[in-house]
Design a protein around this ligand. Sequence first.
Ligand SMILES: [Fe+2]
Length: 216
Amino acid sequence: MARARTSVRRRAAPRRHAIRKRPVTDALRAKIRKELPEVEEIADRGLRDKVVEAWAKAIAESSFSSISAIPGAGNPRQKVLKKGHQAQHIRVVARMALRLAEELAQMFPDFRYDRDVVLAGALCHDVGKPFEFDPRHQRFWGKNKRAQGWPTVRHPPFGVHMCLSVGLPLEVAHIAGAHSAEGEHILRSHEGTIVHFADKACWGILQTGGLLSDCD
Ligand SMILES: [Fe+2]
């Protein structure tokens, strides 16, 4: 029997690109601890170490040398801090989230929250950014939008991957995955809601305060 001819045209596969992964070293872990001193406020030592590991792995697998080297923006190509960088954003979100929870608990004695989950979640909420913000990924994805999507993977889902790959608990991975628009499609956890509003307040208030500028 004659084989039917198909007229399906295959799209040329985009050239692969790979960012060379560096090993996670003690020096890198120490750098992360220095950049994010709020890590030391996490009571559970295992959780503390995993937050550091998640960031160290995220940096080692990117083109960035540190969290501070990442532009201070909520998303690539969006409004960016005129003065400042990503580490300051992560730190202030952790501090604001904690403060929000503390103030609510002080005013409403029935208000309960898991302090370690708020802190670890806030410190890890943008751990997917070294991947999404990486200029090499941005360039490559930008040239292959139809083949790979745009952006191919945003920082919230990649943050979930980073958290789980170092053994962080699901509660923390959930906060990374749901802190931004992705969280509008699901029910955010209590601690995730605290971090979401701290993050949103940070960017929104810095903008009205005139501390952000267009990136181009
Ligand atoms: Fe953020």
